[in-house]
Design a protein around this ligand. Structure first.
Ligand code: ADP
Length: 353
């Protein structure tokens, strides 16, 4: 069941200054986030991610389209009803947004106080949350006495206090080092698995998506240019921008500089074969090349694992008459993905594959 669905959602802002054109921050976005998903939204700065979050969070109205959150169409709701919808959504931020003058316990208790919980219920819930995020011994500490990772754990505890069904994480690990990022992502994974909270992760870092997300939407210029299961998008990105993002984390596809080096070192045509578990056979590729009487050499490669499913890329330098190589690649193309590496002229233009 979809817990968040957007249909044809657009958000425009008036231009700044006189006569300046309006800005389309989110452009005709349609997506469905299922209950229990860890849904990643990735894009460069300015792609429209934060605007999308503010729309889902009902902090701003959409200019066009329909947004349904937890069964409620929020597009036409009035402020009082919107507040209830916001109550069902927890939020964590890059800069943690903790109250520096309050203790950890008081920070986590804050939303519960706002919601009118009794003191006894608040105390019990906060203790439970502190245990869950592993910070029981820091209850009386102030945020400035905590590390970045600990601050974000407080942020997570506070966001979960009122038992929201959805947690929005807006660049929540972007201010943290890799080790701490890993710990915070582990905790978010537990929030999803153990508490059944649907998590929407906004990030510009592909390894965050690779580590935690089950589905991903790639945004560029306000549009969702590609979306799907993380394994699908990572193993077979369709769009050049997605290919660039995926290229930052997956192994086996040579970068432009590595391609130039390969080309300098090897004769023949450089061809990358892409395999996904179950759907193709490396042995068949080698067999087809050998049958065609072609000489080949393995020059680059790598295997990736996305939560237990593998995919990989092998680059071969293939030598032989052009027509023979073409014929062999056509045969192989029936059962494996074949990408002939672009010419150096394309490399100079910054082509990715
Ligand atoms: P991201 O989070 O991916 O960096 P944003 O959603 O912040 O992207 O911004 C998308 C586009 O919308 C940018 O061009 C930005 O300048 C513009 N934008 C965002 N918020 C406003 C606003 N309140 N007024 C005018 N333009 C805005």
């Amino acid at each position: 069941m979809a817990i968040v669905s957007l249909h044809g959602v657009t958000k425009t802002y008036p231009g700044r200054g006189r006569d300046s054109a309006e800005v389309t921050a989110v452009d005709d976005v349609t997506l469905e986030i299922e209950q229990g998903d860890v849904f990643g939204i990735i894009g460069y700065s300015g792609a429209g991610k934060s605007t999308l979050v503010r729309l889902i969070n009902a902090l701003e109205p959409a200019t066009a389209g329909r947004i349904v959150v937890d069964g409620v169409d929020i597009t036409l709701l009035r402020e009082r009803r919107l507040r209830a919808v916001r109550g069902g959504i927890g939020m964590i931020f890059q800069q943690f947004n903790l109250f520096s003058s309050r203790t950890v316990r008081a920070n986590i208790a804050y939303p519960l106080k706002l919601a009118g919980w009794s003191k006894a219920d608040i105390d019990e819930r906060v203790s439970e949350l502190l245990r869950f995020v592993g910070l029981s011994d820091k209850a009386r500490a102030y945020p400035e006495q905590l590390s970045g990772g600990q601050k974000q754990r407080v942020g997570i505890a506070r966001a979960l206090a009122t038992r929201p069904a959805i947690l929005l994480a807006d660049e929540a690990t972007s201010a943290l080092d890799p080790q701490t990022t890993h710990e915070v992502l582990e905790l978010l994974g537990r929030v999803n698995r153990e508490q059944g909270v649907t998590i929407v992760v906004i990030t510009h870092e592909m390894d965050v998506i690779q580590t935690i997300a089950t589905k991903v939407a790639v945004m560029e210029g306000g549009r969702v240019i590609e979306q799907g299961e993380v394994f699908e998008v990572f193993s077979r990105p369709q769009n050049p921008a997605s290919q660039r993002f995926v290229g930052t984390v997956i192994k086996g596809i040579p970068s432009p500089a590595e391609r130039a080096a390969l080309r300098a070192r090897h004769d023949g045509r450089l061809v990358t074969f892409s395999f996904r578990d179950g759907d193709s056979s490396q042995a068949q590729v080698f067999l087809d090349l050998a049958k065609a009487g072609l000489d080949f050499e393995l020059v680059y490669g790598g295997i990736n694992d996305i939560r237990g499913r593998a995919f990989g890329h092998l680059t071969l330098a293939i030598r032989g008459a052009d027509a023979d190589v073409d014929a062999a690649l056509r045969t192989i193309g029936v059962h494996a993905d074949v990408t002939e590496l672009a010419d150096d002229a394309d490399l100079a233009n910054g082509e990715v594959r």
